[in-house]
Design a binder for this molecule. Structure first.
Ligand code: GAP
Length: 512
C-alpha cells in the first residue's frame, strides 16, 4: 500500500478518536458522504470561518455579509442554468456494477502518468545530487517530454468532448486509454450519461398542492437574488462584494476521500460586482489575494498551485482552482471564477425585475460583472488537519502524535492542568482557568498522569499546557509547555494572558 494511503487512514482515524469528525448516523452504520463535526471539529471549523470572514468582510470596507436561506424559489435554478447544465458525466462498469464519474476516471489515469514523471524526477535528483536542476530536467528529458505530451493530448480530447457534450467521445477516450474498473478489473463499460447533481424535495403538506424545490448546490445564488437588496440597504458602490458562509448540497456520483467530496458540505463564497470590462483586472486581484490568504498559514508554499480551467462552467469566461497537496495528491481547494453578467442577467430575465446598477461616475446603468471566490469549508478543514498531523519519535525513544495546527486555529488554546487532585491545586487551576477562558478557549483536565495529559493535548493541537504544581501555591508561578518544542518555562500567572495572546493572535495572518 502506498504510504500516503497509510497516512490518510491515520488522519481519518485520528479525526474520529479525538472528536473532530464522525460519520453521520454512525449507529445506523452511517450515511455515505455525510459527516458530523465533534467538539474539537466544530471549534476548528469556527476558527477557519472566522479567519475567512475577518479577511474577506471585516478587512474590506467594500464587502458585506449575507445569510440567505437554503430553500429558494425553484425558478432560481432554472435561471442559473443548474436545472439544465449542472450535470456530471456518469459511467457504470457492467461487471462490478460500480458507478464512476467518466471525467474522474480519465483524470485518475492522468494522475498515474504524473506520478511516473514525479518518480523520474526524484530518481534523477538522487543521481545528480546538488547539481540537479529540476526545471532543466523536466523541459529536456525525452521520457518526461513524451509523458507530458500524452497528458496534454488526453486533456485536450477530454475537454473537447466534454465542452461539446460529446459523451460518446468521452467513452471512446476511456476505451482507447484502456481504463479498467478498479473493482472488477475489466473495461466493460456502459455508455456515458449526464446526471444532474441537485437534490430535489417538496415544499407543502399535500401532494398536489406542493411544489418541487431544490437544495441549493451553491450558496452563490442567494447572493445574486439579493444583489439589489444588499446594494441599496448597505449603500454599496461598485466595485463591492457580498460574502456568505453556508451549506450546499450535491448528489455526487462518487463521494469519497472522507470530507473532501461530500453530499452535504459548507461553502464560503464571495461575489464581487464590478464594471463590465474590468472583470479580468479583478479576477487577477482575487487570485493573488486568495493565494496569499492560504500561504499566510505557513503550510508550505510548494503545497499550493493554480490550475486554470480549460473546460469552463456554463457561467464563466475564466476560471482557476487553487489546488492543495492533500495526502492523495494535488486537488481543488478553492475556485476563482469570472462569472460575467450571466447570473444577474438570467435572474433579470426570469424574474422580470431589473437587476442593474446606476454608476454615478459613468452616468449610466448596467448589469454588473461578477468575480467569485468560492472555497469549501470542509476541504479547508481537511487541509489543516492532514497537513498538521505528525507522528514524532522523541529523544527518549517514545513517540507522540501531534497536530501542528497554526495556533490561532487550534480548537483549544490552553489546557489547564493541576499536577495532582489535592493540596489546593485544582482550586488554583480553576482560578487560572477563570482568568483565561473569557478570551481563549481553555480546557481543564485533572485525570491521568501529567505525561498522558500532555499527549492528549498534543493530539488535538493545543498550543499550550499550563501546569499548576506545589510551587504555584507558594510563589504564584506555573509551568507553560509549548506544543511544538515541548519546552517548559516557569512564569508568573499574570504573564500567561500575554504569552497566549501573542501566540494565537490572528492579526499577523491578516496583515500579510
Ligand atoms: N459557486 C461556485 C461553485 O460552487 P465549485 O468549484 O463547484 O464552484 C466551490 O465549488 C468549492 O466548493 C470547491 O472548490 C470545493 O472546495 C467546494 N466543494 C464543491 N463540491 C464539494 C463537495 N462535494 N464536497 C466538499 N466540498 C465541495
Amino acid at each position: 500500500m502506498a504510504n500516503y494511503e497509510d497516512v490518510f487512514k491515520k488522519v481519518v482515524a485520528h479525526a474520529k478518536e479525538y472528536g473532530f469528525v464522525f460519520q453521520s448516523s454512525e449507529i445506523y452504520d452511517g450515511l455515505a458522504a455525510a459527516y458530523d463535526y465533534g467538539p474539537n471539529g466544530v471549534e476548528l471549523k469556527n476558527n477557519i470561518k472566522n479567519y475567512w470572514w475577518k479577511s474577506m468582510v471585516n478587512m474590506h470596507e467594500n464587502i458585506v455579509g449575507l445569510d440567505a436561506s437554503i430553500f429558494m424559489h425553484p425558478t432560481t435554478w432554472k435561471a442559473s442554468g443548474h436545472v439544465d447544465a449542472f450535470n456530471d458525466p456518469l459511467i457504470d462498469n457492467k461487471d462490478s456494477k460500480k458507478r464512476y464519474r467518466a471525467d474522474v476516471l480519465i483524470e485518475d489515469h492522468i494522475a498515474k502518468i504524473e506520478a511516473k514523471i514525479e518518480k523520474d524526477v526524484t530518481k534523477a535528483a538522487k543521481r545528480f545530487g546538488d547539481a540537479f536542476n529540476k526545471e532543466e530536467f523536466v523541459t529536456t528529458n525525452g521520457r518526461i517530454l513524451d509523458r507530458q505530451k500524452q497528458i496534454d493530448a488526453i486533456n485536450e480530447k477530454m475537454n473537447t468532448s466534454l465542452s461539446s457534450g460529446d459523451l460518446e467521445g468521452v467513452k471512446t477516450l476511456i476505451e482507447q486509454l484502456d481504463i479498467k474498473c478498479p473493482v472488477s478489473g475489466t473495461n466493460n463499460w456502459t455508455d456515458v450519461r449526464q446526471f444532474n447533481l441537485m437534490f430535489k424535495t417538496q415544499m407543502g403538506a399535500t401532494a398536489d398542492g406542493s411544489s418541487d424545490l431544490y437544495l441549493r448546490p451553491e450558496t452563490a445564488q442567494g447572493i445574486f437574488v439579493n444583489f439589489l437588496n444588499v446594494q441599496k440597504t448597505a449603500r454599496m458602490k461598485i466595485p463591492f462584494g457580498i460574502a456568505q458562509i453556508g451549506k450546499a448540497f450535491r448528489n455526487e456520483i462518487v463521494a469519497r476521500q472522507f470530507i473532501f467530496r461530500m453530499r452535504e458540505f459548507e461553502q464560503m463564497e464571495m461575489q464581487f460586482f464590478v464594471r463590465p470590462g474590468e472583470e479580468m483586472k479583478w479576477y487577477e486581484y482575487w487570485k493573488d489575494f486568495r493565494m496569499k490568504w492560504h500561504q499566510a498559514l505557513g503550510m508550505g508554499e510548494e503545497n499550493y498551485r493554480f490550475h486554470d480551467h480549460e473546460n469552463l462552467a456554463h457561467y464563466a469566461n475564466a476560471a482557476t482552482d487553487i489546488e492543495f497537496k492533500f495526502p492523495f495528491g494535488f486537488k481543488e481547494l478553492e475556485g476563482i471564477h469570472s462569472r460575467t453578467d450571466f447570473d444577474l442577467k438570467a435572474h433579470q430575465e426570469h424574474s422580470g425585475k431589473k437587476l442593474q446598477y446606476f454608476d454615478p461616475e459613468l452616468g449610466e446603468s448596467y448589469v454588473p460583472y461578477v468575480v467569485e471566490t468560492s472555497i469549501g469549508l470542509d476541504r479547508m478543514f481537511l487541509t489543516v488537519l492532514s497537513h498538521s498531523f505528525r507522528e514524532e519519535k522523541l529523544e527518549n525513544g517514545e513517540s507522540r502524535v501531534v497536530l501542528k495546527i497554526p495556533a490561532f486555529l487550534a480548537p483549544i488554546k490552553a489546557a489547564i492542568l493541576p499536577l495532582t487532585k489535592k493540596d489546593g491545586m485544582p482550586e488554583k487551576a480553576r482560578e487560572v482557568m477563570k482568568m483565561l477562558q473569557l478570551d481563549f478557549n481553555c480546557q481543564y483536565e485533572e485525570k491521568d498522569s501529567i505525561g498522558k495529559r500532555y499527549r492528549r493535548q498534543d493530539a488535538i493541537g493545543t498550543p499550550f499546557c499550563i501546569t499548576i504544581d506545589h510551587q504555584t501555591l507558594e510563589d504564584n508561578t506555573v509551568t507553560i509547555r509549548d506544543r511544538d518544542t515541548m519546552k517548559q518555562e516557569r512564569v508568573t500567572v499574570d504573564k500567561l494572558h500575554a504569552i497566549i495572546a501573542e501566540k494565537v493572535n490572528i492579526a499577523k495572518y491578516l496583515e500579510s
